[in-house]
Every structure is written in structure tokens, then in C-alpha cells.
Design a protein around this ligand. Structure first.
Ligand code: ADP
Length: 481
């Protein structure tokens, strides 16, 4: 089976968050089931240069006003197709915006062009390659499915929502430039609250919809989490599936991780001390016995970082220390930096994005705090489990599905892996931190919890099998009886 995976990020070539990790890790996991995935990504700066066995497989004189070509090649063990369109994608800044963090004003054009090209590939534009199924990820790839629909290309499709908060909404004035028939500007097409909705268009056209955890698949059917799309999610509930993300257990392996000062297994947890000492150094924390809570996150409201700010003083007063790695909202960044200077030696902050440091934090801190307001799946709690860095999480979305709260029943059964709290409860995060501190004071109980997390099956094995089942059922449906 050949699957064309269409996404705006893929680890290790371009990453701003969990989407990239998933898009990069799924192909090798699918390969174990005989599914060959080819990943189509935009040609960001330097990306085409990383391709081995590179060749041009399609050319456009004019793709949404840009000269463009499609390149095929391999990088990081992935079979890749790349949209080489320098005026659209070979730009300074990030994948979606300039260095100041502002979105590019022509994002609609960039990702409509990308999706147009993806639909062309699925329609046979690349000689010798026709996928059996198209799998689009998030709004940047979603228009692929709308183009396929209006082209009349009947390939089965899956639309995966990694975060419903990012929808790709644009004014109706762009519609004439999208190259779709006039009939597409309707409620059952691309029209969305008077404008054009890229994600909505993809959801409408998809054969099946998935999201990245079973709890989030239920939550997005409610007004609180549906972000305006709960009606559609309910209407399509028969085609909506929650498949929890796995992690790349080779890249995230404390026994072999090159980013750690000391490598370790569940049998040699004491070796984590050397990583903790390196963290103290890196974050300017006083040497000490108290637990280090870490945070590796985008600094946003979604991630509950304002709750963290409110909780810092209590955490320090209770004898904890805090190491934060993240960037994002300037006000949250400022508030956390202020907390670090208020609690010098107890709270440290590194502003920015640092993949190696994120590994060291999981390998050295006692616990990772994830106070998200909503969390489609979340990956940092999974990395925490794998590294014996006990997750302290809000009970929402994938966090609810992947962590077993250390309540009395779970502790006595030996299945607890972390601490959960109700996100709506006032002081919930502080209370969960206190529970973690108390458990940490009982070393045998704490180590058992670390080992239980490290034992969990976090690989892609089970979830890749679920994607394959879904792909097979959609392909089987396409064949007339
Ligand atoms: P989201 O995709 O919503 O940001 P996830 O938990 O699904 O959240 O994935 C976040 C990914 O990005 C993880 O791999 C995490 O380790 C990584 N990450 C987030 N912030 C940083 C940072 N400042 N430095 C390094 N890695 C980060």
C-alpha cells in the first residue's frame, strides 16, 4: 500500500512542535506493516539541499504565481517529495512567519499552492507514482482534500487534526484565487463563517477524520473544545477516530541518548543524578536535594503557562525548584523571567528552542509539568514517561489518556505513572505539585512510579496498526462491491 503523507513539518528537517515528530515517526512504523509512506513537504530554506538521490519529477510554469517544481529524494530515512517554490517557501524566518513571529500575510497562498501540488501528485503528476491513499495533516495540508474532491479524484483520504485551534481561516476575498469551482464556496464546501476555512474544507472532504487521542476526539464534539467545528465533528462522528500518538523510541531512549551527560535504564536510575547536576549548572540553580520540576513548552495560554506563573511562588515555598525551556507569548516569557530573578537559584529559564536541552531536562529533572487547558495528545508527557521524569498534568485530551494518576488504588495496584488534576479546579496545579513532592519523599514509591512509566509501551506499534486498519477499510470501501 502506498500512502502520500502531506504535512508542513517533518522531524528532523523542520519542526515547530509535535506535528513534526508524528509526521517523521509514522512512516517507519507503517513500513513494518508493509505500508510505504511518501511524505510531501514545502521546500523551506536548505531543505532541498539535504535530499539524497534528488531528482525533479514535475515542473510548474505558474503555481499560484510562483515558478515551482516537485523534487523527489531521501533524507533522514524518509522518502520525500518537496515542493520547490522559492518565492513561496525559501524565506527567512520560520515555516509560518517572519523572525518577529508575525504570520506571513500570504500563508493562504503558500499552503493553497502546497495543497494544489499535493492533489496533483495524487492525481498522477509524478510519473510512476500513484498513492492508494492520501493522509493530510492539519490546516496547511487540508486543502489537498478539497482539491481532490473538486478535481473528481477518487483516492481515499484521511484528515488528521493535531490541534483544532489552528484552522487556517481567511477572508472570502481569496476564494477566486483558489482555482475552485464557484459551487465550492458553500457550507458543504470551503465556506466557513463567511470566509474560507482550510481545515474545515479538508474535514468536509475527507473520507475519515482522525485526531491524536480518544479523549480529544470526544472533547472536540463539544462547544467548549470544538472551536466552532463541534457541529461538523458531531455530524461526522461515524468517521471520526482518536488514535493516540506514539514516540520515536530510538531517538528518545535514555540508554543511548547522546544529549544526556549520563545514560541510564530503569535499573540504573541513580545515574540520572549526573544529568540533574548538569541541569542545575545550565539553569543557574543552587545545588540541592529538592526536586526539579521542568517545563518544555510553547509559552501560550493553551499550554496553561499563566497557571504556571501563578504557581511558581508556591512551588518554591514548598521546597521545589523549576527549570523552564520555552518561547512564545512575550508577556508569559516576561512573567517567567521575572519569577526566575525573584527566585534566583530556585527558578531558571532558558528562552528559545533547544532540542538537545529538552532531552537533558527529561533525563535529569524529577518531574515535568504540563498544565495545558487543552491538549490534543501531547508528547512531552510521553518523553517524560520514557525518561523516568514523572509527568504532572492537567486531566484533558491526550494527557488524560496517557497518564495513570497516582491515587491510592493505582498506587496499590502498582500502575501509577504520574499526577493529574482537574484543570478547572482552582489551585489544581499547586495541589498536584504538592502530591508529587510528598510522593518524592517516599523514595521506593517514587522509583516504582518512574519504572512503571519507563515500562509503558509508548512506541508507534499499536497506533500504526490502527492507522493501517483505517487505511485498509477506506481502500476496501472504494472498491465497488
Ligand atoms: P505542541 O505540538 O502543541 O507544541 P506537543 O507536546 O505535542 O505540543 O509537542 C511539542 C514538541 O516540541 C515536543 O517534541 C517538545 O519536546 C518540543 N518542544 C516544545 N518546546 C520546545 C523548546 N522550547 N525547545 C525544544 N523542544 C521543544
Amino acid at each position: 500500500m502506498r500512502v502520500l503523507s502531506v504535512a508542513s513539518e517533518v522531524f528532523p528537517l523542520v519542526k515547530t512542535g509535535g506535528l513534526a515528530d508524528v509526521v517523521g515517526a509514522l512512516p517507519p512504523a507503517l513500513a513494518a506493516h508493509g505500508v510505504h509512506a511518501t511524505t510531501f513537504v514545502p521546500g523551506y530554506p536548505g531543505l532541498a539541499a539535504k535530499l539524497r538521490k534528488k531528482k525533479q519529477v514535475h515542473a510548474y510554469a505558474d503555481l499560484f504565481g510562483a515558478r515551482a517544481s516537485i523534487l523527489r529524494g531521501e533524507a533522514a530515512g524518509l522518502d520525500l517529495l518537496v515542493l520547490n517554490a522559492p518565492t513561496l517557501f525559501d524565506r527567512k524566518g520560520g515555516p509560518y512567519g517572519d523572525a518577529s513571529g508575525a504570520d506571513f500575510s500570504d500563508n493562504w497562498r503558500r499552503f493553497a499552492a502546497f495543497s494544489r501540488a499535493a492533489a496533483d501528485i495524487a492525481g498522477g503528476a509524478v510519473e510512476g507514482y500513484v498513492p492508494d491513499l492520501v493522509h493530510a495533516h492539519d490546516w496547511q495540508a487540508a486543502m489537498t482534500l478539497a482539491y481532490l474532491r473538486y478535481d473528481g479524484t477518487t483516492v481515499p483520504t484521511v484528515m488528521t487534526v493535531h490541534n483544532l485551534a489552528f484552522q487556517g481561516q481567511f477572508p472570502a476575498s481569496i476564494f477566486p484565487e483558489l482555482g475552485l469551482p464557484a459551487s465550492a464556496l458553500s457550507v458543504d464546501g470551503v465556506e466557513y463563517y463567511g470566509g474560507v476555512g482550510f481545515l474545515k474544507a479538508g474535514l468536509q472532504a475527507a473520507s475519515a477524520i482522525t485526531t491524536v487521542s480518544p479523549t480529544y476526539a470526544q472533547e472536540i464534539r463539544t462547544p467548549e473544545f470544538g472551536m466552532g467545528l463541534d457541529g461538523m465533528m458531531n455530524a461526522r462522528s461515524g468517521d471520526l477516530f482518536g488514535i493516540v500518538n506514539g514516540i520515536d523510541t530510538d531517538i528518545w531512549n535514555p540508554e543511548t541518548d547522546p544529549h544526556l551527560v549520563a545514560r541510564y535504564s530503569a535499573r540504573s536510575l541513580k545515574a540520572r543524578k549526573a544529568n540533574k547536576a548538569a541541569l542545575e549548572e545550565r539553569f543557574g540553580l543552587d545545588r540541592g536535594q529538592g526536586p526539579i520540576f521542568c517545563v518544555v513548552s510553547r509559552l501560550t495560554w493553551q499550554k496553561g503557562m499563566d497557571t504556571l506563573v501563578e504557581t511558581v511562588d508556591g512551588l518554591v515555598a514548598a521546597g521545589g525548584r523549576l527549570a523552564v525551556l520555552g518561547s512564545g507569548d512575550a508577556a508569559l516569557e516576561g512573567a517567567l523571567l521575572a519569577a526566575a530573578s525573584r527566585h534566583r537559584g530556585k527558578v531558571g529559564m532558558v528562552v528559545g528552542y533547544d532540542e538537545p536541552l529538552s532531552h537533558l531536562m527529561q533525563g535529569g529533572a524529577e518531574a515535568i509539568l504540563i498544565p495545558s487547558r487543552f491538549e490534543p495528545c501531547g508528547l512531552t508527557q510521553l518523553y517524560g514517561l520514557r525518561y523516568g521524569c514523572v509527568p504532572v498534568v492537567a486531566r484533558t485530551g491526550g494527557l488524560a489518556d496517557t497518564i495513570i494518576d497516582a491515587n491510592e488504588a493505582a498506587l496499590s495496584a502498582g500502575v501509577a505513572t504520574g499526577f493529574q488534576y482537574e484543570p478547572s479546579a482552582p489551585g489544581g496545579l499547586y495541589h498536584a505539585i504538592s502530591r508529587a513532592m510528598e510522593a518524592r519523599a517516599r523514595p521506593a514509591e517514587w522509583a516504582a512510579m518512574q519504572r512503571q512509566g519507563m515500562k509503558s509501551d509508548l512506541s508507534w506499534k499499536k497506533s500504526a496498526a490502527r492507522y493501517v486498519e483505517l487505511y485498509q477499510s477506506l481502500i476496501a470501501k472504494k472498491v465497488p462491491a
